[in-house]
Design a protein around this ligand. Structure first.
Ligand code: MEV
Length: 427
């Protein structure tokens, strides 16, 4: 039964933000004609305290639960790690487990370039951009002092201002003078810290440049915060030289073709975003940084590389910006994120970034191996069949039975699932 859909379907709801989640939900239910089951479902916020949910974002009416799975077999820099991954996509967790199993003996080796974030201050209408650039660079000590004064806690933890860059950008409305504040944000993702510094510095930069300042905001192209991982899969452990060469060829395809690179990198981000989300970090920031980095040469390309090493094994690597933190944002306040960080046992943002890079590489290896051999549909379909079985109405043990039969019949379709479910129930 639908709750009466309101006759006034206006989206202009005065004071909506001041209501409680339940009051908002009732209004939304009336607007959209939700049935009682849908309302009850949305009202159940699971393991996220409604009070906290209501503080995290605006106009909350519910939560969106995504499964958290754990990737096993991961050995990173000699240490075994269990990696929580939050994703709705079947086969993503299994892919990491499989890739890691095939390289468990040596595992993944990782490194980072540092924890440096960049904030940009945009100055326009500058009469002498080249002169302005030099005038701003001359103020380095003053800029450092002003930035560090914004965040004494960060400085006490060993972070703070590190470097200054001033770039001149030719645009249709003239040359812009863009100042980069380069800041070590330690174990924070750092957006708040660097944005505060950029805003603080803006009036001075306007004065020194003689222009007007508009934007003062971090760059998600965090190319001073790169994480790297590498691994060597023995040809004998991955099905021989033909499989190895197929993977190298798949990489070369992605390296040469943006159409393929987009899909190749999407697969990498299947793994990366899942860990970023599980730990309460900003998936969009990491994704924007990754794709911008993949296009840094002017042509979008692969974030990973694959080569045959001198012993005939598959030498693989990944490098990408990973602006993740352990403090700030949802990482500290979301209880699931806190628990996931506890599973990882990480005490620094650097270690988290290194683990995430290794997961991205593992994810990509599995995808390329499947694509270069049997194709992804076989493994994918086995898991997808379970979703289809549930959508057809299977419950409990029926789910596995229906899914198995769908795969056996090579027909993972809703209409077939309904028929198979009837057969299972009738048997
Ligand atoms: C699917 O989510 C990801 C893949 O398409 C990645 C790839 O093609 O490399 C399998």
């Amino acid at each position: 039964m639908n709750i009466a859909a309101g006759s006034n379907r206006s989206s202009r709801i005065a004071g909506f933000h001041k209501l409680s989640p339940r009051e908002r939900l009732d209004l939304v239910a009336a607007f959209a004609g939700l049935d009682e089951a849908q309302v009850a479902h949305l009202a159940n916020m699971g393991n996220l305290d409604p009070v906290l949910a209501d503080k995290l974002i605006e106009n909350v009416i519910g939560t969106m639960n995504i499964p958290v799975g754990v990737a096993t077999n991961m050995k990173i820099d000699g240490e075994d790690v269990l990696v929580p991954m939050a994703t709705e996509e079947s086969s993503v967790v299994a892919a990491v487990c499989n890739a890691a199993k095939q390289v468990y003996e040596t595992g993944f080796l990782t490194s980072v370039s540092g924890n440096l974030m960049i904030a940009q201050v945009q100055a326009v209408e500058v009469a002498d951009p080249a002169g302005a650039r030099i005038r701003i660079l001359e103020k380095r000590d003053e800029i450092k002092a002003a930035c560090d004064a914004c965040d004494p806690v960060l400085v006490s933890l060993g972070g703070g201002f590190r470097d200054l860059e001033v770039r001149l950008l030719d645009t249709p409305s003239g040359t812009m003078v863009v100042t980069h504040l380069i800041v070590d944000t330690r174990d924070a993702m750092g957006a708040n810290a660097v944005n505060t510094m950029a805003e603080k510095l803006a009036p001075s930069i306007a004065a020194w440049s003689g222009g007007r300042v508009y934007l003062r905001i971090l760059s998600n192209l965090a190319d001073r915060r790169l994480a790297r991982a590498r691994a060597v899969w023995k040809a004998a452990d991955i099905g021989g030289e033909a499989v190895r060469d197929g993977i190298v060829s798949a990489y070369e395809f992605a390296a040469a073709d943006p159409y393929r690179a987009a899909t190749h990198n999407k697969g990498i981000m299947n793994g990366i975003s899942a860990v970023v989300l599980a730990t309460g970090n900003d998936t969009r920031a990491v994704e924007a940084g990754a794709h911008a980095y993949a296009a840094r040469s002017g042509r979008y390309t692969s974030l990973t590389t694959y080569e045959v090493d001198k012993d005939g094994n598959l030498s693989a690597s990944i490098e990408l910006p990973l602006a993740v933190g352990l403090i700030g944002g949802a990482t500290k306040v979301h209880p699931t994120a806190r628990a996931c960080l506890a599973i990882l046992g990480v005490t620094t943002a650097e270690r988290l970034a290194r683990i995430i890079a290794a997961v991205g590489l593992a994810q990509n290896f599995s995808a390329l191996k499947a694509l270069a051999t049997t194709g992804i549909q076989k493994g994918h379909m086995a898991l997808h069949a379970q979703n289809i079985a549930m959508m057809a109405g299977a419950v409990g043990e029926e789910i596995d039975r229906v899914a198995r039969l769908l795969v056996e019949r090579a027909s993972v379709r809703m209409d077939v699932a309904q028929k198979v479910l009837e057969e299972v129930r009738g048997s």
